[in-house]
Design a protein around this ligand. Sequence first.
Ligand code: DGL
Length: 271
Amino acid sequence: MVVGIFDSGIGGLTVYDAIKSHLPDLGLVYFGDNKHAPYGVRDADDIFQRTRDGIQILFDQPGCDLVILACNTASAVALRRIQERWLTPEKRVLGVFVPLIEALTEREWGDNSPPIEVEISHVALFATPASVASRAFQRELAFRAIGVDVEAQACGGVVDAIEEGDYILAEALVTSHVEALLRKMPLPDAAILGCTHYPILKAVFQKALGPNVKIFCQSELVARSLGDYLHRHPDKIGRGKGGKMLTTGDTLKVSQRATQFLKYAVQFEAV
Ligand code: DGL
């Protein structure tokens, strides 16, 4: 089996890279729908259809029965509908929310006991406009934790700038989004980079937030959680080779952007 990794663009490569380091023998196929990024400004039906089509492209790869949705926007807006109405029993799609909420609340997803007090109380959430509008993060957190104040900032423009490789613009936008959030919540104790593109600019977020704010990124958490999942479901590991990188975008441009931040050469091909 190979594991498929999906994102609207190159942001999911932050998750891909962490999975590759954590599980070096696992076959991976990455698909970025770069032509249609950003998803965060699209409506729910559009995000659902594009995510479903992207997952299908990955399931069409030989030996791919498991897809990681390395996109918060797709996870927040489309995952439940995909799991309930579209997915067949032999296939699995895992989102990026579960490992993050587990880390924040220090309890397992399947733990259905009443919500508890957790270590953090003021959380700054940075995400795309569609993810923020879905309130999916607050909903999942409220099932498990009490007394946590979440202030969300929709970070318009950041994904576009990263996809275009315009890091000067991306950094300026991140700084201004952090300032906007700090005006609403002056002293957060934790920040969530709720879009897989944002860890590329983690240092910029940290600088703007100050050293005392603990930043939660999903890449490591998702990689570790996938390792646990495959440990519990060894039948899903298989012998797939993977190594393929697919995009709907301009293959040369996407390969250059990806190579720029991964700092090793990656070659995308057209789907
Ligand atoms: N990386 C995607 C996410 O995590 C970006 C969404 C977008 O394309 O706007 O939400």
